[in-house]
Design a binder for this molecule. Structure first.
Ligand code: FES
Length: 172
């Protein structure tokens, strides 16, 4: 059912733990299964120099957080924002369709941690443009995305501070 890479990252997860005094933290949850993921970022000069995670969740969520933190280390914030759940799943050599939603937690956790950093620095949070695991639209018009610091309408402000309770419509 799972690839060797998934099993490896589940059995030997990379980057488990917390970062002392993180520059950005993102905690997200899946209201359907109840799993929770917390991503910690250390950021220097707009670049992620360290990333760690704590995941209370299924094996696919643990493997996804392990791989996702590996993928974003060394990347700029813009590059890390662009790491989709699909990219995480591909790096894991695939996830079963019913488990693709677990990788969404990793994408959301990274986004939330980046926006936590941006908000702490008085910057407009970037806006989610949809996950890339199904037939959902890849983007919406008039949203502020990385690479554009043009201020858009208040309607398009990004994820709200606080515990992530927003439900996501999964394509399974
Ligand atoms: S079943 Fe909840 S994240 Fe995988």
């Amino acid at each position: 059912m799972y690839s060797e890479t998934v099993m490896d990252h589940f059995a030997n997860p990379r980057n488990v733990g917390e970062i002392d005094h993180p520059d950005g933290v993102g905690e997200v949850g899946n209201p359907v299964c109840g799993d929770i993921m917390k991503i910690f970022l250390q950021i220097e000069n707009d670049r992620i120099v360290d990333a760690k995670f704590k995941t209370f969740g299924c094996g696919a969520a643990i493997a996804s957080s392990s791989m996702a933190t590996e993928l974003i280390k060394g990347k700029t914030l813009e590059e890390a924002w662009a790491v989709s759940n699909k990219a995480v799943a591909e790096a894991l050599e695939g996830l079963p369709p019913i488990k693709m939603h677990c990788s969404v937690l990793a994408e959301e956790g990274i986004h939330k941690a980046i926006n936590d950093y941006r908000e702490k620095h008085g910057l407009e949070p970037w806006v989610e443009t949809g996950h890339h695991h199904g037939e959902e639209p890849a983007s919406e018009p008039n949203t502020q995305v990385p690479g554009s610091d043009t201020k858009k309408s208040e309607m398009n402000r990004g994820p709200i501070k606080g515990y992530e309770t927003r439900s996501v419509s999964y394509q399974e």
